[in-house]
Design a protein around this ligand. Structure first.
Ligand code: SF4
Length: 176
């Protein structure tokens, strides 16, 4: 079923300007991580960071996005439904996997925290990275998770992040 929320109605998906800003901040976060880890010679952390990003596009996408109604679409989670359709075939008739959700959480924790460990001896770079990582998180939460919290009709409405967003934005129709 196509979402009929105000934002999807107006833009046929998420607001592209909001998405551009989110992608810009995420790109800046990853750039600081890459350059910072290289400059600090934190090659183990850099390897873990890049390995976790690569893994993100493998099993978690197959177990989650390939089974989601957002597959092939410009979904609110940084267009991952569209990206997944370029990597994996659609999986029909199967529920989104709890194992996929667990792997997703572990992968995202690794991606986010490997640079924190690797940049710990450079406070300026660490502070800049933390600022951008927090901005990425809160923009995702207040845009993507808020959208699922208020408008999802499938498994996404029961996602813990959607429940948290529902508690925070309850009753408020937020449009970006
Ligand atoms: S809505 Fe979430 S689970 Fe569905 S395709 Fe997009 S990122 Fe994947």
């Amino acid at each position: 079923m196509t979402c009929e929320c105000p934002e999807c109605t107006e833009y046929d998906g998420p607001n592209p300007v909001t998405m551009r800003v989110r992608l810009l901040v995420l790109s800046a976060q990853f750039l600081v991580a890459l350059v910072g880890l290289w400059r600090e010679r934190s090659f183990k952390a850099l390897g873990v960071f890049l390995g976790a990003i690569a893994f993100f596009f493998t099993i978690p996408r197959y177990l989650i996005c390939a089974r989601c109604e957002g597959y092939g679409k410009d979904c609110y989670s940084l267009y991952m439904g569209k990206v997944t359709s370029m990597i994996w075939p659609k999986v029909e008739g199967k529920e989104v996997s709890p194992l996929g959700a667990l792997l997703e959480v572990l992968t995202l924790l690794t991606v986010t925290n490997a640079p924190v460990v690797g940049l710990r001896s450079n406070r300026k770079l660490l502070a800049l990275y933390m600022l951008l990582a927090n901005a990425t998180f809160w923009m995702h939460f207040s845009h993507a998770c808020r959208h699922c919290a208020q408008y999802a009709t499938d498994w996404k409405k029961d996602c813990p992040a959607a429940k948290a967003a529902r508690g925070m934005f309850s009753g408020r129709q937020v449009q970006f």
